[in-house]
Design a protein around this ligand. Structure first.
Ligand code: SAH
Length: 454
């Protein structure tokens, strides 16, 4: 049997030397790393070893021997335990510095750009209550319908009423809806057995419009009294303009199924972003932090420095928020996105805002870019905003072949961005300004906007 420097259940004293990219404290025992929740750099703790793995283990703080001056009080430890707000024990100023350093680290180490200057993270004045969307599992605990969140790496529901980082109106709405469901004797989903009925409550609330959409995710299509329940939700929560039933019959971690039915009102909500109006359908992506999304886009547009004659590509467009924000300042906007409903929204959003110079297509970015490159579309500026896995090489090839003056890369994952920046550099596009923007305060997620020039 292999020997490790620590064993399970051992209690030892250790100094935290760094924070992992997930915000866990890292201690080392004879070079063997232990990841420790709720522990900050330079803290000295007495910890208990919870798990010993091949290359690293996990520990739990039993006692703080020396606390960090950067520590702040966490109102509810469940916010750490569930991973809802895994950095909420670190002062906000230091959270911003942590994110800047994350980006610096990947760019210097992964992308081998030692000279790179990463700007200080743009943060929020009030870094809580910002999420415009909640996806909350509902389970039966001690005979009662309970809403909350899973304990990290588990499927054990922890009851939570104040989610801290969500719009407080959404927190209240979850409780109201839960109580209505309780009154109607609706059965909660049971994950192990794949039995029961109500799986998740999803709520989206327009930051400016205050329009709310409620999606009830059920295990079976037949929803006895569904329409009546939806009407009562609207009566008790007048901001709700849409109640949708989504059916997910599978035994899976994926929240949404494909079939949907409107139980009350419209199939979408509207909200505003940088002065334009957007329709948002249940399946469309929409940035969860509206205020900071505006800061993020504004930064991207300043870096792009657009001219009236410019042709612009909005790749990974969602409902078109990036392209449509600049459409009236440029000659033409082309965008693409894989989710059909989102592209329908983008086209509708062009109309809603009297924009006639925007073309949105359904399809994979890598395929459509190659096609557009072949057709001779010649953008001056390309905005890319991919999901966590970043860009495909074929996308990067096609983008560079189009010979734009600038590429503005918006990324929610510094690691894949760093990888992609290497490929861009090989094709002559070098990294200029790198600006992290805090879209997810109290969590370890890092959003970055980067300007690439030829
Ligand atoms: N720019 C938008 C959306 C960004 S999220 C905004 O700021 O709101 C990334 C989007 O890329 C999602 O809408 C997702 O559906 C889409 N997407 C994921 N993979 C894709 C691919 N291969 N090609 C095109 N779009 C993709």
């Amino acid at each position: 049997m292999k020997q490790y420097p620590v064993e399970k259940n051992q209690v030892l004293e250790a100094t935290i030397i760094d924070l992992s990219h997930e915000g866990m404290g890292i201690a080392k025992v004879d070079g063997y790393p232990l990841f420790v929740e709720n522990a900050l750099t330079d803290e000295v703790v007495e910890l208990k070893v919870l798990k010993v793995g091949n290359k690293f283990g996990f520990g739990k703080v039993m006692k703080f021997i020396k606390e960090s001056p950067d520590r702040q009080t966490v109102e509810n430890e469940n916010l750490l335990r569930t991973g809802i707000a895994p950095l909420s024990h670190l002062s906000y100023e230091k959270q911003l510095a942590f994110k800047q350093k994350q980006v610096e680290n990947v760019l210097t180490r992964v992308a081998k750009m030692p000279e790179i200057n990463v700007l200080p993270t743009l943060g929020m004045e009030q870094p809580f209550g910002y999420r415009n969307k909640a996806q909350i599992p509902i389970r039966k605990i001690e005979g009662k319908l309970t809403t909350g969140f899973y304990r990290k790496n588990s499927h054990q529901l922890v009851a939570i009423e104040d989610f801290y980082i969500q719009d407080p109106v959404i927190d209240q709405a979850i409780l109201t809806i839960r109580n209505i469901l309780e009154r109607f004797n609706i059965k909660a989903y049971n994950e192990e057995a794949n039995e029961g009925f109500m799986r998740h409550i999803i709520i989206r609330r327009g930051h400016y419009s205050h329009e709310m959409m409620v999606v009830l995710v059920t295990r079976k299509p037949k929803f006895f009294k569904g329409v009546e329940i939806a009407n009562i939700i609207h009566e008790e929560l007048p901001e709700v303009v849409s109640v949708v039933q989504n059916v997910n019959e599978e035994k899976t971690n994926v929240i949404l199924g494909s079939a949907e039915k409107v139980l009350f009102g419209k199939d979408s909500i509207e909200d505003q972003l940088l002065g334009k109006t957007y329709r948002i359908s249940s399946k469309s992506f929409y940035q969860v932090n509206t205020q900071q999304a505006e800061v993020l886009y504004q930064t991207a547009f300043e870096l792009a420095d657009l001219k009236a004659t410019d042709v612009v590509i909005d790749a990974y467009a969602g409902i078109g928020t990036i392209g449509l924000s600049v459409a009236d300042k440029v000659d033409h906007v082309y965008g693409m996105e894989t989710i059909k409903e989102a592209v329908d929204d983008a086209r509708e959003n062009a109309k809603l805002n009297d924009i006639e110079n925007a073309t949105y297509l359904v399809g994979k970015a890598e395929k459509i870019m190659t096609q557009w490159a072949r057709e001779g579309i010649a953008p001056n500026v390309i905005f890319v905003d991919p999901p966590r896995k970043g860009l495909e090489q074929s996308f990067i090839d096609a983008a560079c072949e189009m010979n734009p003056e600038k590429i503005v890369y918006i990324s929610c994952n510094p690691a894949t961005m760093a990888r992609d920046l290497i490929h861009f550099a090989e094709l002559g596009y070098t990294t200029d300004t790198v600006q992290p923007v805090d879209l997810f305060p109290q969590t370890a997620h890092v959003e970055t906007v980067t300007l690439l020039t030829k």
